[in-house]
Design a protein around this ligand. Structure first.
Ligand code: NAI
Length: 320
């Protein structure tokens, strides 16, 4: 255990903090000294209904423990109202944990458009709206810590969750670009893919798993990313059951066809095993669009003489 991570004088907004993971983030940040806006609409896990009691209960818990908190019951779709609550109650906003979420699981073939739209509105648009409202304040104070919430389902896919997974990977993309735009203003933006036993997962996980995947195990990583001492930005983390890990893209070494010849699908087919080979020691982990573009640039000089590519399907070209 290192030095205490404190958040005194700082204001944190945690969305969907009336239960599950969000509640743990709110409790921990408040315990460590932050003033917390506990946002929750109080609906069901599919986004039906609403009540202030979920947020109120958590605010009460925080206050009983001697912490500072206020409730907000608006939907994250009205992100400006959440930020307004923070400014009104505490005069600033330093930390945002975009955590609110719902599920509308159904196979793609059977999914009505409203379930696609609703899931996107709450997750991706909600995340956007909250950050959009807070951004000018963070830019002005040259400080901000934003933690967004993706999902393994967004990173890897899952049957019956096209709406959810696309919104979640969208949040990862939003995070990576915002991290670039915020860096010079000391606004750091990261995204987590948590695993936790909550009401959202209780329907699909056996009870032992719900017990092992305590939501409290996710909160410390979120708190660290929310702290002024953290320099991490633009990163994706998988976290749960006490295990914390960073995720990065990996790209195969690829296969560079001559840059001065027509390229045929037959050539792609003939070299497929090389294109998808991650085991030849040439795979890399690009961490920026510039690094990604490097692979293309390097192939510019991959040119051949006329006779070498006479029969492209037979062309046994060296990987570039
Ligand atoms: P949960 O259902 O316990 O908590 C979500 C909270 O968000 C609820 O209290 C709900 O009332 C609130 N909420 C829903 N729509 C809202 C809206 N429009 N405005 C404000 N609040 C709203 O679920 P859990 O498991 O704590 O999930 C938290 C986040 O973590 C979600 O974004 C979820 O997608 C994500 N996640 C959770 C995983 C898990 O294993 N529990 C796995 C991967 C991602």
């Amino acid at each position: 255990k290192g030095e205490d991570l404190r958040y005194d004088g700082q204001v944190a907004l945690v969305t969907g903090a009336g239960g599950g993971l969000g509640r743990e983030y709110a409790l921990l940040l408040a315990k460590q000294g932050a003033s917390v806006v506990v946002n929750d609409l109080g609906g069901s896990h599919t986004g039906e209904g609403g009540s202030g009691s979920a947020a109120d209960k958590v605010v009460e818990e925080i206050r009983q423990a001697g912490g500072k908190a206020v409730a907000n019951y608006d939907s994250v779709e009205d992100g400006d109202k959440l930020v307004e609550t923070a400014l009104k109650a505490f005069g600033r906003i330093d930390i945002i944990v975009n955590n609110a979420g719902i599920l509308r699981d159904i196979s793609f073939a059977r999914m009505p458009e409203k379930d696609w739209d609703f899931v996107h509105r709450v997750h991706l648009r909600g995340t956007y709206k909250v950050i959009k409202a807070a951004w000018p304040h963070m830019v002005k104070q040259k400080y901000g810590r934003i933690i967004n919430t993706a999902s393994a389902v967004g990173l890897y896919g899952n049957f019956g969750q096209t709406n959810y997974s696309s919104a979640k990977l969208g949040i990862a993309g939003l995070t990576k670009t915002l991290a670039l735009e915020g860096q010079r203003k000391n606004i750091l933006v990261n995204v987590i893919a948590p695993n936790a036993g909550t009401r959202m997962t209780a329907t699909i996980m056996p009870p032992e798993m719900v017990e092992a995947l305590k939501p409290a195990y996710v909160a410390p990583l979120v708190a660290y990313l929310a702290h002024s001492s953290s320099e991490e930005t633009g990163s994706i983390f998988e976290v749960g059951s006490g295990w914390n890990a960073k995720v990065q893209w990996q790209r195969s070494g690829g296969f560079g066809f001559p840059a001065n010849k027509e390229l045929l699908p037959e050539q792609v087919a003939a070299n497929w095993s090389k294109i998808i080979d991650f085991e030849d020691g040439r795979a890399t982990n690009p961490s920026s669009t510039t690094e990604s573009f490097q692979g293309f640039m390097e192939n510019f000089s991959n040119t051949v003489e006329e006779e070498q590519a006479a029969d492209p399907t037979k062309a046994e070209l060296e990987p570039f």
